[in-house]
Design a protein around this ligand. Structure first.
Ligand code: UD1
Ligand code: MG
Length: 457
């Protein structure tokens, strides 16, 4: 869009959140509020918006530095004062799109419509408005015909004005010159003692400037996050948008009500998500995979046609046609190639398991590499930690690790090697060898009879 800059106000503390974290860093669908607004602004073609930061500046700045131009507001004296901080960066001829960092549900198509109306009508200012059944807390819109007349803040409104349901969403377009002139004249003579950006409209009106409103039909877009309750409300609305999006893209959600998918998750067609499943962060699932029930995957990749059931996984890569679960825990650094099976009560950490290998039950595999087509018997443990350092276990292709083997790392088991059940392996096992480490079984014939009467049963 031509000659357009965006200004995002994100300096406020968010007192009503009662949090250590700046308000705009609170997470919605796995992404901070401010990043939702940045994404929306990017989608209307604005690459590097100006972001006004203040409260918790370091945290916000560290997160968005790469994609925004940061401007500080040392004292938070109100939304008008916030925009004053960026005036040196604005030109008279530009259209200035002003948004709040606490409004994550705004849609790019709405912003586009607002900007188009503003630019086509060549007005000084245009306000994005919405109708709210519960308008409490929002600035109310007073109009004169189709022209904007006044925005009155909740705390400054009369009882009659408070009944107005048309509200200021806090998103605006201004002509650069008009914004600069009017901002120079605003005062803090109001109930809150703040410099209101909304006073700009009073000043422009007095100057006889023409101003418009653009009303969105989706009033959720106006939802500003000021409290934890509003954050939860926004989460529910956004979640529903995500679920609808993925169903429209060919994903089966057996029970949307118990399915939670973060904003940055990517799903291919014909993925099936079973109930009580959470897909978190940058998780990506390929075609025909079946995930759940009761599964939580964070920043994981799941290959085509894999099944992952009753599993908790984080920072793990699962290849194609794998069978994971039930009751599997995959920790960061797990990399499973195609057709790997990981079964019940198995924990894997920082390990690479190659094609077709199986860890079917009751094992801990940490800091290990397992080759192709190897079978790990039930109860196998890689003893990777000596109390000071972590050590590596190397297992070759086609090996057979007997049940209840302890592999005391650092240790290697060669290709086609076998370990006897119950062995504690402390020395390397050569390829094709059998390693057994246990005492010889003793048999005492008729022993039970000699103890007749002493033992019950
Ligand atoms: C503001 C509007 C209100 C509108 C509502 C929509 C004003 C005076 N009122 O009220 O008409 O209905 O948004 O949600 O503008 N901020 C700063 N610096 C400051 C103060 C605020 O950067 O000194 C930022 C906040 O971080 C926030 C945004 O501006 O992202 C809005 O501030 P907030 O305090 O939430 O304003 P509201 O009371 O919601
Ligand atoms: Mg607000």
């Amino acid at each position: 869009m031509p000659n357009l800059v965006a200004v995002i106000m994100a300096a406020g503390k968010g007192t009503r959140m009662k949090s250590k974290l700046p308000k705009v860093m609170h997470s919605l669908a796995g992404k901070p509020l401010i990043e939702h607004v940045l994404d929306t602004v990017n989608q209307v073609g604005i690459e590097r918006p100006l972001v006004i930061v203040g409260h918790g500046r370091e945290v916000v700045e560290a997160r968005i530095n790469a994609r925004a131009q940061i401007v500080g507001q040392i004292e938070q004296l109100g939304t008008g004062h916030a925009v004053m901080q960026v005036l040196p960066y604005l030109e008279d001829s530009q259209t200035i799109l002003v948004l709040s960092g606490d409004q994550p549900l705004l849609k790019p198509e709405t912003l586009r419509a607002l900007i188009e109306l503003h630019q086509a009508q060549e007005v000084s200012a245009t306000v994005l408005t919405a109708y709210m059944d519960q308008p409490f807390g929002y600035g109310r819109i007073i109009e004169n015909g189709e022209n904007l007349f006044k925005i009155i803040e909740e705390k400054d409104a009369t009882n009659d004005e408070r009944k107005i349901k048309k509200i200021n969403t806090g998103t605006y377009c201004f002509k650069g010159s008009a914004l600069k002139e009017a901002l120079a004249k605003i005062s803090n003579q109001n109930t809150q003692g703040e410099y209101y950006l909304t006073e700009v409209f009073d000043i422009l009106l007095k100057q006889g400037e023409k101003m418009l409103t653009y009303c969105t039909a989706d009033n959720y877009e106006a939802l500003g996050i000021n409290s934890r309750g509003q954050l939860a409300e926004a989460e529910a609305i956004f979640r529903e948008r995500i679920l609808e999006h993925w169903m429209a893209e060919g994903v089966t959600l057996v029970d949307p009500a118990s399915t939670f998918i973060d904003a940055e998750v990517k799903l291919a067609i014909d993925v099936t998500i079973l109930p009580f499943t959470r897909l978190i962060g940058k998780t990506q699932i390929e075609e025909d995979a079946v995930i759940g029930p009761q599964t939580s995957l964070e920043n994981c990749t799941v290959g085509r046609g894999s099944e992952v059931t009753y599993t908790v996984a984080k920072d793990a890569v699962i290849g194609e046609r794998c069978h994971i679960g039930p009751f599997t825990y995959l920790r960061p650094g797990t990399k499973l190639e195609a057709e790997v099976k990981v079964g019940d009560f198995v924990e894997i950490k920082n390990s690479w398991i190659e094609m077709g290998s199986k860890v079917p039950h009751l094992s801990y595999i940490g800091d290990a590499h397992i080759g192709k087509s190897t079978n790990i018997g039930a109860g196998t443990i890689t003893c990777n930690y000596d109390g000071v350092n972590k050590h590596h276990t190397e297992i070759g292709n086609h090996a057979f690790i007997g049940s209840n083997t302890n592999l005391v790392a650092p240790v290697e088991v060669g290709d086609y090697a076998v370990t006897g059940a119950g062995s504690t392996i402390t020395k390397n096992v050569p390829a094709e060898a059998l390693a057994v480490e246990r005492s010889t079984q003793v048999i005492k014939e008729h022993w039970r009879l000699s103890r007749k009467g002493e033992i019950g049963g």
